[in-house]
Design a protein around this ligand. Structure first.
Ligand code: ADA
Length: 543
């Protein structure tokens, strides 16, 4: 039986200034893990390297898991590099030889300077730190390397299990479902790839988020994964879950809090999800990066469907032509698909938010990213969020057409508040121009409102104006079947450019389009949407 050791807690810390100048001999400061060092004095707002260190009792082959960090990091075990982590927010798993049994030094050197993948013009703040939990476990020899479970046929509970065991030898194995039903199988040359019906299966859905557990016992190892049986598919304009049309309704959400940055505690994540669920939503777009495992665990259990995507923002021609950039996107797509493979909450995987999909040459990149995800996950829906609208030339390449229109905010003439009236017709017009044979999902829509700014003239930036626009969006989404759903932009205000050029449209250094402010205080729009959804539910139960 493997034993996980959680490494969260108080670590040694050293701020190593702009350049990383090596691991210091001694550390004089301390910081918790998880944490963002650029939100604590005297390092608030710095761009440079923070070095975290602690000692760990371990030995032999080990597996170290990190939920996410940023912007980039290098990991050392006894001062030897065991992993470079170039992808912000990406969950990392490192299998390595920890050496003799005993006390070892683990160092994580984080660098929060922007780079090609996380540019300073992104409309979300690039925090430096260790965003989530870290654990380590000793591995038996040989160890089960990975277990992937996918739904093959939801109508009879048929799943496919792909697993591998280190050493590539033959091994007898036992599969145990929900700690009861056992099936004998065999790893051949270290691999297992079988399909079978789960005994006493129950489907996963937002209303009934049923989960199953699979334990594999082979050689001296035993490993368990949680999975759900469900199938997302499309039919014309509709998204189907387990064969039935489902409207996706919810928010874009950043992993962000003004005091804790991207190292949001699990309690905050759980509280956010409870608010979203209680409001009557069933969907979150994890904008704009891979999501933390514990976030996905909660969504699995609570029945919240998730769109997860590679990190990227406003990709334009130079990056779309850069091999380094595209290779990094491919690697991100690959890693995130494996990392979230078993989570039933994943409805859609996406990439490259608002890339320039009006350029014919972007088609090749979109195809490559689509195929990368598809080659690993045969079933998930795949998409990207576009701001090229009627000019988009890549909509035929994805399963769901995601659009980020902002009627009532960006694409109006700024002459009066009457533009609320334009929301509904604009969405209808956009919908009519998109392919009719696949779902149209509004992946972003919203407008800025400052909490507490209420005004009888209901000008832009007031809570009243935001509420009106978003009610029009709700009215449109539920007006028929032409739209498969919406992820409103966004759940809560989040820190953005701060002192970059974008500050002129980001009052306080925040993106203020949240229906809650950054401390989760509701604006009028939150209450208006709550009422809208409750009325809708009442109407539907009386029909
Ligand atoms: C884009 C982008 C979001 C956010 C939004 C806005 O659609 O995808 O990250 O920046 O615009 O608020 O303008």
């Amino acid at each position: 039986m493997r034993q996980k050791m959680l490494l969260d807690g108080v670590w040694d810390f050293h701020y190593s200034s702009e350049e990383f100048i090596g691991i210091p001999e001694s550390f004089t400061e301390s910081l918790p893990v998880p944490s963002c060092y650029d939100l604590v004095e005297p390092y608030c707002g710095v761009r440079g390297c923070g070095v975290y260190r602690r000692f760990v009792e371990c030995g032999g082959m080990a597996r170290l898991c990190i939920e996410g960090l940023g912007i980039t990091a290098r990991i050392y075990w006894d001062r030897r590099i065991i992993k470079e982590c170039p992808y912000t927010y990406m969950p990392e798993e490192i299998i390595f030889d920890a050496g003799d049994e005993g006390c070892h030094e683990l160092v994580i050197a984080v660098d929060n300077r922007h780079n090609e993948q996380f540019r300073p013009n992104f409309d979300f703040y690039g925090y430096g730190g260790i965003y989530g939990s870290i654990f380590i476990e000793r591995l038996p020899n040989p160890w089960i390397e990975q277990i992937l479970v996918s739904t093959e046929d939801y109508t009879c509970g048929k799943i496919r299990i792909q697993a591998s065991i280190a050493g590539k030898n033959d091994h007898e194995a036992v599969l145990i479902f929900d700690q009861k039903e056992a099936v004998n199988v065999c790893f051949e040359k270290g691999g297992l790839d079988i399909q079978l019906n789960v005994p006493n299966y129950r489907l996963w859905s937002p209303e009934e988020p049923n989960l199953h557990e699979l334990t594999i016992k082979a050689a001296n190892d035993q490993r368990s994964v949680v999975f759900g049986i469900r199938a997302f598919s499309t039919h014309g304009r509709q998204i189907l879950l387990n064969g039935k049309p489902i409207k996706l309704f919810g928010y874009n959400r950043h992993e962000s809090h003004p005091e804790m940055g991207a190292a949001t505690p699990l309690q905050l994540i759980a509280a956010d999800l409870r608010m979203i669920k209680a409001q009557g939503c069933n969907f979150i777009r994890g904008s704009h990066y891979p999501q933390r495992r514990s976030f996905l665990d909660l969504c699995d259990r609570m029945g919240i469907m998730v769109w997860e995507e590679t990190m990227s923002w406003g990709t334009r021609a130079p990056e779309l032509h850069s091999k380094e950039f595209i290779d990094a996107q491919i690697e991100q797509a690959r890693k995130l698909t494996y990392a979230s493979f078993n989570h039933p909450c994943i409805a859609i995987r996406g990439f490259m938010n608002e890339n320039d999909s009006s350029l014919p040459e972007t088609r090749k990149v979109v195809k490559t990213l689509y195929e990368t995800i598809r080659s690993i996950d045969k079933h998930c829906l795949i998409s990207f969020a576009s701001n090229r609208y009627e000019q988009d030339v890549c909509t035929d390449l994805v399963d769901v057409v995601g659009m980020n229109p902002y009627p009532g905010w960006y694409d109006s003439s700024f002459d009066s508040i009457s533009t609320v009236d334009k929301v509904f017709p604009r969405l209808q017009k956009l919908s009519a121009a998109l392919p009719q044979d696949r779902p149209f999902l509004i992946t972003e829509i919203g407008c800025e409102a400052l909490l507490g700014f209420r005004d009888r003239l209901q000008a832009r930036w007031t809570e009243e104006y935001q509420a009106k626009v978003l009610l029009e969006v709700c009215r449109y989404v539920f007006s028929g079947d032409e739209c498969a759903g919406v992820a409103i932009w966004h759940f809560a205000d989040c820190r953005s450019f701060v002192n970059g050029p974008g500050i002129y449209v980001r009052a306080r250094g925040f993106n203020n389009k949240g229906v809650l402010d950054e401390y989760r205080h509701p604006k009028l729009a939150w209450n208006a949407i709550t009422d809208f959804l409750q009325n809708l539910k009442q109407k539907q139960t009386h029909e």
